[in-house]
Design a binder for this molecule. Structure first.
Ligand SMILES: Cc1cc2nc3c(=O)[nH]c(=O)nc-3n(C[C@H](O)[C@H](O)[C@H](O)COP(=O)(O)O)c2cc1C
Length: 175
């Protein structure tokens, strides 16, 4: 069936729950930027490549493109307020969270809010409408803690209650 009307895909995507990431980057001058992001997917394992879609005009996108890298901070289930902070547009985002950007880090690591961080080197960018698809080669993965991920779907945050109830043993979602 076809229609001249442009479909609104928001209800569609509300039915596709995801984890929640904060994408962070540093300007060449070292200023931290970051934004909440659910448009994260793995593209290929070899070379290990992730894709994020960031709004054009975002300071985080500009910092990632200028520095050539970004960090994908996967939030744990107790970090909902961090997701809210990094989607709020607040200019004081990094004054209110613990972060580090040492050594080879491609962007700030949210050391209390993230369970795992992937450092990515930008390999390609494609602009599509209001957003830019940013491909990044994963150069390092740091697991900070074993904690269940924060989820987002049906226009709300949630956690993996079933898994938490069923799994009393150690879990490692990386391997
Ligand atoms: C759960 C959730 C997921 C989001 N995912 C994205 C995303 O994938 N890409 C994007 O550009 N914005 C996304 N946003 C919106 C940004 O987080 C928001 O516009 C933020 O203020 C952007 O920061 P900036 O103004 O510094 O660019 C999301 C917001 C929420 C609440």
């Amino acid at each position: 069936m076809t229609s001249d009307r442009v479909p609104d895909i928001r209800p569609l995507m509300a039915g596709f729950p995801t984890g929640v990431a904060v994408i962070t980057a540093l300007t060449p001058e070292g200023e931290p930027w970051g934004m909440t992001c659910t448009s994260l997917c793995s593209v290929t394992l070899d070379p290990p490549t992730l894709l994020v879609c960031l709004r054009r005009g975002s300071p985080t996108l500009e910092a990632a493109l200028a520095s050539g890298g970004y960090a994908v901070n996967l939030l744990h289930s107790s970090a909902r307020w961090t997701a809210e902070l990094f989607s709020s547009g607040s200019p004081e985002r990094f004054d209110r969270v613990a972060w580090q950007a040492e050594g080879e880090a491609c962007g700030p690591h949210l050391v209390e809010a993230a369970h795992t961080v992937a450092d990515c080197a930008v390999t390609d960018v494609h602009e599509v409408g209001s957003h830019a698809m940013v491909l990044g080669r994963v150069v390092a993965v740091s697991q900070l803690r074993s904690q269940f991920p924060l989820l987002y779907g049906m226009r709300r945050y949630g956690d993996w209650t079933d898994a938490a109830e069923e799994s009393h043993l150690s879990y490692d979602f990386i391997s």
